[in-house]
Design a protein around this ligand. Structure first.
Ligand SMILES: *[C@@H]1O[C@H](CO)[C@@H](O)[C@H](O)[C@H]1NC(C)=O
Ligand SMILES: *[C@@H]1O[C@H](CO)[C@@H](O)[C@H](O)[C@H]1NC(C)=O
Ligand SMILES: *[C@@H]1O[C@H](CO)[C@@H](O)[C@H](O)[C@H]1NC(C)=O
Ligand SMILES: *[C@@H]1O[C@H](CO)[C@@H](O)[C@H](O)[C@H]1NC(C)=O
Ligand SMILES: *[C@@H]1O[C@H](CO)[C@@H](O)[C@H](O)[C@H]1NC(C)=O
Ligand SMILES: *[C@@H]1O[C@H](CO)[C@@H](O)[C@H](O)[C@H]1NC(C)=O
Ligand SMILES: *[C@@H]1O[C@H](CO)[C@@H](O)[C@H](O)[C@H]1NC(C)=O
Ligand SMILES: *[C@@H]1O[C@H](CO)[C@@H](O)[C@H](O)[C@H]1NC(C)=O
Ligand SMILES: *[C@@H]1O[C@H](CO)[C@@H](O)[C@H](O)[C@H]1NC(C)=O
Ligand SMILES: *[C@@H]1O[C@H](CO)[C@@H](O)[C@H](O)[C@H]1NC(C)=O
Ligand SMILES: *[C@@H]1O[C@H](CO)[C@@H](O)[C@H](O)[C@H]1NC(C)=O
Ligand SMILES: *[C@@H]1O[C@H](CO)[C@@H](O)[C@H](O)[C@H]1NC(C)=O
Length: 737
């Protein structure tokens, strides 16, 4: 006793000595950086290309304080180099900044002098110009190596096997291929392996190599071009928690050995060609919180044992061939699947039967997509109790019955609501009480926002509920097309960006202040109603992309101020009673479609239409009272290479980000543009193919004079109609066919 020194005291003394030592050589007690390691880092930095100056802090003596560098605080050695940059999750979000911030250039061998490095993360940078830095294989102490999304290419070097201490290896999202994974057999400490997007189509025995990794906890092999899962006599990696093999071509049944691993928390087998049915053993995964089997060819009924997945948070079975009733899994009071489930996606299968009333017990549910199945019967009122529900999509089923306020009574979190394509009857009284009156009250008092309200073709016949005017929450996209709403058009909330009320029975005029009231509006369609009055000028003061007022009884002039709609892509005013001439101001537009047909418009077709609106692909002015000669300038349209022009406009003048934001579902390129073109007497409806149409219809006017010979130059023209005018001379020979 007494004089003996304990191990702890000994360690303390050693630590003190060490600190003292490093203070002396570093001549700075706080800076513990080692000289030759600092120099190695500076050489490394020197050879990097760093466009946004991310390594700005790499100056001064103490390299341990440099951004991304960490030292052991006892020995002062650099042990960690973390220069990763996160890849943005979507194309637009921060992608420019990301590209600007990627490090590139050479990776200098000087890193070899950092002999104590055990952690290297270079992910997200751009090393497309360099050979794989094989000297990394000499950094024998590496435990953590992340080279994901760093633009490396070529074969995965076999020397990874030298890094026998590796616990974490991420090579995903480069351009690697591998003929085999034999090197894995030396990495017996490996816990995390991500080879996503490494082309393993040539690596026949990939699974046998992985089976040499008994410590493996997380295995990600998404999009590896794998086409089969070899069978295994015995499975070693039974500690696996996470298995992601999404996006391969696996076309077997779900391998049975998966059920020998009982710890799974995360299992993603989606986007393969897995066949057969789900084993009832799937219900044994006590810890499973994420299960994605979507986009396979799985079939049959789902096993009732799924009700025992007590830890499940997300379940996605979309896009398979499942059928039958779901009440065994979701309708049983003996199960516990309802305890944690937040996301349930059964979309695009052939599930049938009625919706289990028990779904009301799924209190945590936030996202429920049952669309495109064969569910029948009424919607149980349980739906109204799911107070965390944000997204509800039940469209395209055979649901029927009455939807009442009970269905919405507690849906205070609802953001998306899609119910069309059923035979639901909305219980609407003369003052439109249910179904949404209560929803409104509930939602207004909670100040929650609905971003999409989609009830197209829902068979609603009444006037538009007046409560829309006064709601205190935000709705951004409203699709109420294909209903039987009658009565006047009311004002909608000021945040609305998409308002589609087309194909209803609305009457009366469009409020003069419509543009002031809904300044965020981008897509505005009231086509196919019975609206009268004139086009409100206030529409011309907002950034509209699409105006569709076609097939109404609108009268008066086209407002001059329409020329200020610099972002307008599509203008449909056809089949109204508009009069007067085309205002000169419209020459400032960059529209793609201009349809003024079936009005009472007069005056000439201005020559600037061809010269200034080079983006035009469809001009339809048929059945008006336009006169004068056909301006040869119309033919300039062709010279401007229309498709290219539109692309150029979409990406520059319109600003790509804007379009993206404003058209989350109505992306301009996919906008369901419609135009009727009369081709040789047959009316063709062009919808999605509109990109390839180029059409001029001047028929049924009072045009006089010669048919301009320039029209023969319009080689891309798919449709030209000059009939029913007072034109004379030759039909240009090329068009005569
Ligand atoms: C010690 O290092 C710090 C930070 O690197 C520096 O600001 C300070 O001037 C140094 N002191 C001496 C005495 O070198
Ligand atoms: C080393 O430094 C880190 C961060 O500065 C600190 O969290 C850790 O406790 C320190 N370790 C020792 C042994 O001092
Ligand atoms: C590494 O840096 C040193 C010093 O800057 C330089 O001499 C050497 O050529 C570099 N090596 C490589 C492979 O870039
Ligand atoms: C990897 O190890 C092998 C022998 O096991 C050796 O020949 C080779 O030089 C090592 N590679 C590197 C880059 O250290
Ligand atoms: C893993 O299992 C295989 C049989 O599939 C066996 O040959 C091998 O020795 C095992 N490896 C380890 C590291 O346990
Ligand atoms: C799975 O477990 C069963 C029963 O424990 C065992 O007989 C079988 O060999 C195991 N299969 C694999 C591939 O490990
Ligand atoms: C499944 O893969 C086998 C080869 O493993 C192939 O012969 C068969 O055509 C594939 N079936 C489908 C549906 O892709
Ligand atoms: C879907 O299921 C319904 C009812 O079970 C059945 O009548 C129908 O034929 C099935 N449809 C398909 C495409 O399998
Ligand atoms: C409706 O569901 C069926 C069956 O899943 C599918 O084939 C069809 O494409 C769906 N239609 C729409 C409009 O979603
Ligand atoms: C609702 O939307 C408005 C305006 O878009 C926003 O200011 C508000 O924070 C949103 N409220 C909720 C609860 O999301
Ligand atoms: C909307 O609010 C205005 C002003 O507060 C009020 O006069 C009107 O009656 C309200 N409309 C509805 C449908 O509640
Ligand atoms: C517009 O329509 C409304 C409702 O149908 C009608 O009362 C009104 O007289 C019409 N106005 C004009 C100018 O035609």
């Amino acid at each position: 006793m007494g004089a003996s020194v304990t191990a702890v005291e000994m360690l303390l003394v050693l630590t003190l000595i060490e600190n003292l030592f490093f203070s002396c050589i570093g001549a700075n007690s706080s800076g513990s950086c080692i000289m030759n390691e600092r120099e190695a880092l500076l050489k490394f930095k020197h050879d990097l290309v760093d466009p946004s100056n991310r390594l700005m802090s790499w100056i001064g003596e103490d390299c341990c304080t440099w951004k991304g560098v960490s030292c052991n605080n006892l020995t002062g050695h650099v042990i960690k180099l973390d220069l990763h940059i996160s890849v943005p999750s979507s194309f637009t979000e921060g992608s420019w900044k990301f590209e600007q911030s990627r490090l590139g250039g050479e990776i200098n061998h000087s890193l070899l002098n950092l002999r104590h490095l055990n952690y290297v993360d270079l992910s997200g940078n751009d090393f497309s110009s360099v050979e794989f830095p094989s000297f990394l294989f000499s950094l024998q102490k590496l435990k953590y190596l992340d080279l994901s999304s760093a633009q490396f290419s070529g074969k995965v070097p076999h020397h990874f096997g030298n890094l026998s201490y590796l616990q974490y290896l991420d090579l995903s999202w480069n351009y690697f291929t591998a003929d085999n994974l034999h090197f894995l057999s030396s990495l017996s400490s490996l816990k995390y392996l991500d080879l996503s997007n490494v082309d393993l189509s040539g690596a026949a025995n990939w699974l046998h190599s992985i089976n040499m990794l008994p410590a493996l906890v997380e295995l990600r092999l998404s999009i590896c071009h794998l086409s089969n899962i070899p069978s295994l006599p015995h499975i070693n990696f039974t500690s696996l928690d996470v298995f992601d093999i999404q996006g391969n071509n696996l076309n077997s049944t779900i391998p049975l050995w998966l059920f020998n691993i009982s710890n799974f928390k995360y299992l993603d087998l989606s986007e393969n060609v897995f066949q057969g049915s789900i084993s009832s053993q799937m219900g044994n995964y006590n810890y499973l919180s994420f299960l994605d089997l979507s986009e396979n060819e799985l079939e049959g009924e789902i096993p009732g044992t799924l009700r025992n997945l007590c830890s499940l948070i997300e379940l996605n079975l979309a896009d398979n061939k499942f059928r039958g009733d779901i009440s065994g899994s979701f309708g049983s009071s003996s199960g516990c699947i309802q305890s944690n489930l937040k996301t349930l996606i059964l979309e695009s299968n052939n599930f049938s039967g009625s919706l289990p009333g028990n779904l009301g017990q799924f209190k945590h549910l936030e996202y429920l997509d049952l669309s495109s199945n064969s569910f029948q019967g009424p919607i149980p009122t349980f739906i109204g109790q799911l107070s965390n529900l944000k997204y509800l999509d039940i469209h395209n089923n055979s649901l029927d019955g009455v939807v009442s306020e009970l269905h919405f009574s507690e849906l205070t979190s609802l953001t998306y609501l899609i119910m069309d394509g059923n035979s639901l009857v909305f219980d609407v009284g003369s003052t439109w009480v249910p179904p949404f009156q209560l929803q409104t009250i509930e939602l207004s008092s909670c100040k929650k926002n609905i971003s999409d309200l989609k009830m197209s073709n829902a068979g609603i016949s009444e006037s538009i509920p007046a409560w829309f005017e006064n709601i205190s929450f935000s709705i951004q996209r409203i699709y109420l097309d294909y209903n039987n709403f009658d009565g006047p058009l009311i004002d909608f909330p000021s945040d609305v960006s998409v308002l589609d009320l087309s194909k209803n029975l609305l009457q009366g005029h469009i409020h003069k202040t419509v543009g002031d009231i809904m300044p965020e509006m981008r897509f505005f369609s009231l086509s196919n109603n019975h609206l009268n009055g004139s086009i409100p000028k206030s529409l011309c003061q907002i950034n509209l992309y699409v105006i569709d007022l076609a097939h109404n009884n609108l009268s008066g002039y086209i407002p001059k101020s329409m020329g200020s709609l610099g972002r307008l892509v599509s203008l449909h005013l056809e089949n109204n009673n508009l009069q007067g001439s085309i205002p000169t101001s419209l020459k400032r537009l960059h529209v793609w479609t201009l349809d003024l047909s079936g009005n009472a418009l007069t005056g000439p077709i201005p020559s600037w239409i061809g010269e200034n609106i080079s983006s035009l692909r469809i001009i339809d002015v048929h059945s008006n009272m336009f006169g004068g000669e056909i301006p040869p300038e119309l033919c300039v349209l062709e010279h401007s290479s229309l498709f290219w022009q539109f692309t150029a406009m979409a990406f520059s003048e319109l600003e790509f980000d804007d379009i993206w934001e404003l058209y989350p579902s109505y992306d301009v390129m996919d906008y369901d543009e419609h135009a009727a073109a009369y081709v040789k007497g047959r009316q063709l409806e062009y919808t999605k193919t509109i990109r390839f149409l180029f059409s001029i219809d001047l028929s049924g006017n009072n045009f006089v004079g010669e048919i301009p010979q320039e029209l023969t130059l319009l080689t891309r023209l798919r449709n030209l109609n000059l009939s029913r005018n007072y034109l004379k001379g030759h039909i240009p020979s090329k068009l005569a066919t």
